[in-house]
Design a protein around this ligand. Structure first.
Ligand SMILES: C[S@@+](CC[C@H](N)C(=O)[O-])C[C@H]1O[C@@H](n2cnc3c(N)ncnc32)[C@H](O)[C@@H]1O
Length: 260
């Protein structure tokens, strides 16, 4: 089955983690989503598809502007939350955006950090391109290069002093799966998109050390270490706090394109 590992993670460990820290994680991604939404410039009467919609905040924002938005996500726990909070015009579907055959044509394709997890990005973006009508617009936020995102790189470095783990996330599906600007442009042009534009958006902020150890690759290393990881967590929180007294840097990419 396509995306089997990611579907498992987003229905289990990542869903639990995200729902536990939903407010703080949403605050971290919100400015990037707003930048992408503003660039997309949704209009009343347009039909929008929100890919990897999570708990549906951005689907709701799209529905409020257009009147009709479908949020799709592989995570049943997230879609349950999204449905319980749905606003008028927002609909939700549990499906894999890489393989699901969308029965309708969309004017708008949007995502806030929900499109980096495909095991076959070319097939996935070909499928999403096919869901857009000619003239349809695409805009999304994804994470830029790992080393430019200290919220992820510094906690991983610190965790690796105590536990075995990769120096950086492996290439492939994951938060940094589309972080290479040239590769992302090639991917989109390859499936047919035109007017591809990718703009780095750097942001600096203060974040709780506990949150940083529950997100990104450091969280995966800790999870894999099981009880050993949990024993280390309080000391690691102190180390992260000491290393990031000035806060963290995040670098998102705002990517847009059109279906000719
Ligand atoms: C980092 S979260 C972002 C969630 C949401 N867009 C937000 O900003 O709050 C990534 C989301 O992508 C979803 N996802 C991962 N792989 C997917 C796939 N193949 N099809 C649809 N959704 C997927 C996950 O379940 C998760 O909800």
């Amino acid at each position: 089955m396509a995306n089997e590992a990611m579907i498992g993670v987003w229905n289990d460990a990542n869903a639990k983690r995200w729902l536990m820290f939903r407010g703080a994680l949403t605050a971290m991604v919100a400015p990037f989503g707003e930048a992408a939404l503003n660039r997309l410039a949704p209009r009343k009467g347009e039909r929008a598809l929100d890919v990897g919609c999570g708990c549906g905040e951005t689907t709701a924002a799209l529905a409020q502007r257009t009147g009709d938005a479908l949020g799709v996500d592989v995570s049943q726990p997230f879609i349950d939350v999204a449905r319980s909070e749905a606003v008028a015009g927002a609909r939700y579907l549990v499906a894999d955006a890489q393989t699901h055959r969308f029965a309708e044509e969309f004017d708008l394709l949007f995502s806030r950090f929900g499109i980096m997890f495909f095991d076959d990005p070319s097939t996935a973006f070909g499928n999403l391109y096919a869901a857009l009508r000619p003239g349809g617009r695409f805009c999304a936020s994804v994470w830029g290069p790992f080393d430019e995102n200290t919220w992820a790189s510094v906690p991983l470095q610190l965790v690796r002093r105590h536990l075995p783990g990769p120096v950086r996330p492996a290439a492939g599906p994951g938060p940094f799966g589309l972080s290479d600007i040239a590769g992302l442009e090639k991917l989109l042009v390859g499936v047919g998109f035109a007017r591809v534009s990718i703009t780095p958006l750097p942001l600096a902020r203060r974040t709780e050390p506990s949150l940083l150890l529950h997100s990104g690759p450091a969280a995966n290393v800790l999870r894999e270490a099981g009880e050993d990881g949990e024993r280390l967590r309080p000391a690691l929180e102190r180390e992260v706090a000491a290393a990031l007294t000035d806060g963290v840097r995040s670098l998102g990419l705002i990517v847009s394109a059109v279906r000719p």
